[in-house]
Design a protein around this ligand. Structure first.
Ligand code: AMP
Ligand code: GLY
Length: 425
């Protein structure tokens, strides 16, 4: 089979690593891909936001199956365009990707179907939003409705901050994404990610993880795309998984089907484990980054037939096998991230890190004309290791980090800290 993978980050490198290992995969094409993915398949510089160009590439390369990594092409309808052209693709339609692309859409769906989530209201008018915020207990959560590169969520500690944020959003700080906003109750508890695959009817549990969104140790500093993750998140017990599948994931899949926009693809539920049970904070319609980098090393099943079953409505009876071990990934980012970063600094020592037993997934990397690997983005490397528990996986991942020679990079030193504390007892 000839497979096309869309995207260029660490998530896509991890997917490429697993897809390339499938006996079903005869050829892997990555668009646009990155230097890490170039070792597993052929990279083609096609703009994944140009649906016609993606369809043309799939035709020219006689592609049998397309896997979409990032959210933006999904919200842009790439799966609809591919299916119209008769090309099978893994990922939701544009209408189903609304679950990620519109926070208001998802909140309304939860309200209609009784899916546990925080109390909320939607606004398209600043004055009404401010009046509501004034009566709301703090902290209060203000969200731009649309996709805002992970920056459209603010936890306002005071009413004054809430008002400033409302002005910013309606003032166009997030463009179209902020023309409509959600004001939501702040949920107290630990945050976890739960993944499920859906074929539009069935839902297959596909692992848990815990991400670390803040840039600094101890969860301090600005929000990022994610500075490291581990899987499984042991705090999500088997009973809790059943509860989340029964009360949150399956009702969502059923609701999307009932509305005539069945959801096929990965449903990534961001949840807070509150005193009243798990509550949904958001859905993503794609795999997590860096969560995928810890899910793929644990998956013992062949990924390709599972993704095909989801795309083709055949998920009933499909199972996935997982290693009992914990996987932990440390994101190495360019100094300055999540702010402005300098590109072009050389990176060495990946072979040494891998020789020590780690897997290094590449995100924002580039290759110089002389072959030297360089930094080409904010999040650059995902240094990943397996261990008997979080403590061991963490020690192995940081041992590998220590073998990488990149003075212009940095990482958090405490990925997995909550779980390590629990393992200490
Ligand atoms: P997002 O960019 O949508 O992933 O949201 C950023 C982060 O804001 C989430 O990962 C949570 O940590 C936090 N967050 C969002 N909504 C809530 C909420 N209702 N209560 C508490 N924390 C929240
Ligand atoms: N790890 C956060 C995300 O993928 O959105």
């Amino acid at each position: 089979m000839r497979i096309l993978l869309l995207g260029s980050g660490g998530r896509e490198h991890a997917l490429a690593w697993k897809i390339a290992a499938s006996p079903l995969c005869d050829a892997l094409i990555c668009a646009p891909g990155n230097p890490g993915m170039a070792a597993l398949g052929r990279c083609v510089p096609v703009d994944v936001m140009d649906n016609d160009a993606v369809v043309a590439l799939a035709r020219a390369e006689r592609i049998d199956f397309v896997v979409v990594g990032p959210d933006n092409p999904l919200a842009n309808g790439v799966v609809d365009a591919l299916e119209e052209a008769g090309i099978a693709a893994f990922g939701p339609s544009k209408a189903a990707a609304q679950l990620e692309a519109s926070k208001g859409f998802t909140k309304d769906l939860c309200a209609e179907y009784g899916i546990p989530t925080g109390r909320y209201r939607r606004f398209t008018d600043a004055a009404a939003a401010k009046a509501y915020a004034a009566t709301h207990p703090v902290p209060v959560v203000i969200k731009a409705d649309g996709l805002a590169l992970g920056k459209g969520v603010v936890i306002a500690p005071t009413e004054r901050d809430a008002v400033a944020e409302i002005d910013l959003m309606f003032g166009g700080a997030f463009g179209e994404a902020g023309r409509s906003i959600v004001i939501e109750e702040f949920l107290h508890g630990e945050e976890v990610s739960v993944f499920a695959l859906s074929d539009g009817k069935e839902a297959l549990f596909f692992g848990t993880a815990q991400d670390h969104k803040r840039v600094g140790d101890g969860d301090e500093g600005p929000n990022t795309g994610g500075m490291g993750a581990y899987s499984p998140a042991a705090i999500v017990t088997p009973a809790l998984i059943d509860d989340i599948m029964a009360r949150i994931v399956r009702p969502t899949v059923a609701a999307m089907a009932a509305r005539g926009t069945p959801f096929k693809g990965v449903l990534y539920a961001g949840l807070i484990l509150t005193a009243e049970g798990p509550k949904l904070i958001e859905y993503n319609a794609r795999f997590g980054d860096p969560e995928t980098q810890v899910l793929m090393p644990r998956l013992t099943s062949d990924l390709v037939p599972i993704l095909m079953a989801a795309a083709e409505g055949r998920l009933a009876g499909v199972t996935a096998g997982w290693r009992d071990e914990t996987a932990l990934t440390v994101v190495m980012a360019a100094k300055g991230y999540p702010g402005a970063v300098e590109k072009g600094s050389p990176i060495e020592g990946l072979e040494a890190a891998e020789a020590a037993g780690a897997i290094v997934f590449q995100a924002g990397t580039g290759r110089r004309a002389d072959g030297v690997l360089t930094a080409a983005g904010g999040r650059v490397l995902n240094v990943t290791a397996l261990g008997a528990n979080v403590t061991e996986a963490q020690a192995r991942a940081y041992d590998a980090v220590g073998r990488i020679d990149w003075p212009e990079g940095f990482c958090r030193r405490d990925i997995g800290w909550r779980a390590v504390e629990r393992e200490r007892g």
